[in-house]
Design a protein around this ligand. Structure first.
Ligand code: ZN
Ligand code: ZN
Length: 150
């Protein structure tokens, strides 16, 4: 299956490409950094250099197999391109990435582009903050500090 996909996008089938593609498709719902992809490959018993993983991911990005998102602080993650647009919420504490799609936001962006005479070809929106878990942790720490003062 992965062989076909590589051929379909015009990439030669090589062992590193197959390995990286397999891992990415295994974690199709995840947003993984190049380091995380490398760690997963090592964990799966594959010997592959970090630089190779990075190069293959860049080739996949150019071929449209994966999407790359550059979140704050050089935090670049890759996800399998499934053809369905979505936006992201990014936790600045633990790096967790969640997806959302809001029809109203999508419509407004189109309308804004149109108002400015733009033909929108793409957009990227990500909300930075603390995820549910980290918000809760921060709240508990705050409570503990307040109690300590009193
Ligand atoms: Zn978090
Ligand atoms: Zn995503």
């Amino acid at each position: 299956v992965q062989e076909e996909e590589l051929k379909r996008v015009g990439l030669k089938v090589t062992s590193p490409r197959l390995k990286v593609l397999r891992i990415m498709e295994h974690h199709a719902d995840s947003h993984l950094s190049a380091d995380e992809v490398h760690r997963l490959l090592i964990h799966a018993g594959e010997e592959i250099a970090p630089a190779t993983v990075y190069r293959v991911l860049s080739q996949f990005e150019q071929a449209g197999l994966v999407a790359r998102h550059n979140f704050e602080g050089n935090h670049a993650v890759f996800e399998v391109e499934q053809g369905e647009h979505h936006d992201h919420l990014v936790c600045s504490s633990c790096g967790r990435v969640e997806e959302f799609l809001d029809p109203l936001i999508e419509q407004r962006q189109l309308a804004i582009a149109r108002e400015h005479g733009f033909t929108m070809t793409s957009h990227s929106l990500h909300i930075i903050g603390l995820c549910h878990h980290c918000s809760e942790t921060a709240r508990q720490q705050q409570t503990a500090n307040t109690e300590g003062e009193g």
